[in-house]
Design a binder for this molecule. Structure first.
Ligand code: GUN
Length: 316
């Protein structure tokens, strides 16, 4: 029989210096497995049904955005989805971009449309996102899809178009905690963007977590983070979350993709969490890169196939 836990603080709250470092959540490997499953399903369509088609619209030449969209198109191709880019100049007007979106809406062979954000300041991004047909909205950013997600009960979430990064985070949490392992956990979401923070909070609530959304005006951020069984950091500030903010054993998902200039002039990708500190305290943690990022792309492919199945009636 094992020795009884010492009196005082619950055992899980006592940092143990001899304790192994956190489990690394290998998003790259999880995403690769997920993509392989999708590729198999798409492979079964060949010759029997139309090819799923995704169009990724990129405006201008923002270097990070260009890298992201190239990855999206490449991964689509690897799965068997026709994933072409629509490249537009950064001087484009809202009306001209809306015309491009309407053309894609009206093209029956296109099943998914993504307009990469951010858009240049002269473009009304809200108008663009509201013009993408909700059935082709593989980002899940159209207000109709956002509303469906927020009002859905958990099983119904399976069939919806849901923002890719939070959906990827949910999959990773499933890997760590099991399909039904999130109920009752205190999840803290840092950041309230429409792309990550707000949908993440809604999805975690759907999993019966107790959810706190913290942001730039939150008082005592460290104190809020200390209460988290699950932390999702999505604020875009390199190393904001320090190791000693974390509850020992917490699960930490780092959505940050901050490009930090190096002494040699190069750039290094780093997250919102001070990884070297956090890895000694957390129970499980995603690295940057190789954590949440690959899951975002995998979930885009999932959404594209969800959109395809709904539009064509072909099960995939
Ligand atoms: N920019 C950063 N993340 C995203 C995303 O998930 N979708 C789109 N369309 N643009 C982004």
């Amino acid at each position: 029989m094992s020795a009884p836990a010492p009196l005082g603080k619950p055992a899980a709250m006592v940092p143990d210096p001899a304790r192994a470092a956190a489990t690394l959540i290998d998003g790259k490997a999880v995403a690769a497995r997920y993509r392989a499953g999708l590729a198999e399903r798409v492979g079964a369509l060949v010759g029997a049904a139309p090819t799923p088609r995704l169009r990724v619209v990129i405006v201008g030449d923002h270097p990070a955005s260009r890298t992201y969209v190239r990855t999206k198109a490449r991964v689509a191709g690897e799965i068997g989805i026709d994933g072409g880019l629509v490249e537009l100049p950064d001087t484009i007007t809202t009306d001209d971009l809306l015309a491009v979106v309407r053309e894609l809406n009206d093209e029956p062979a296109v099943h998914g449309i993504l307009v990469q954000l951010p858009l240049p300041p002269q473009v009304d991004a809200t108008a663009v996102l509201e013009t993408i047909h909700p059935a082709k909205d593989v980002d899940g950013f159209h207000p109709l899809n956002v509303g469906r997600m927020v009002t859905a009960t958990r099983p119904a979430v399976e069939d919806l178009l849901i923002p890719c990064t939070p959906l990827g985070c949910l999959h990773l949490l499933g890997e760590v905690h099991g399909a039904d392992g999130l109920a009752g956990k205190h999840a803290v979401v840092l950041g309230r963007s429409n792309i990550v923070g707000k949908p993440m909070a809604a999805l975690l609530l759907g999993e019966d977590c107790t959810v706190t959304t913290a942001h730039s005006k939150t008082r005592d951020l460290a104190g809020v983070v200390a209460a988290a069984d699950i932390l999702v950091a999505a604020v875009g500030r390199a190393g904001l979350v320090r190791g000693d903010w974390l509850r020992p054993g917490a699960t930490v998902l780092d959505v940050g993709m901050n490009r930090i200039e190096q002494a040699d002039g190069g750039k290094r990708l780093t997250g919102d969490v001070a990884f070297d500190e956090a890895v000694a305290v957390a129970g499980a943690i995603t690295p940057v890169p190789g954590g949440v990022g690959p899951m975002t792309v995998a979930m885009l492919m999932r959404n594209t196939l969800t959109a395809y199945a709904r539009q064509t009636g072909v099960a995939v």
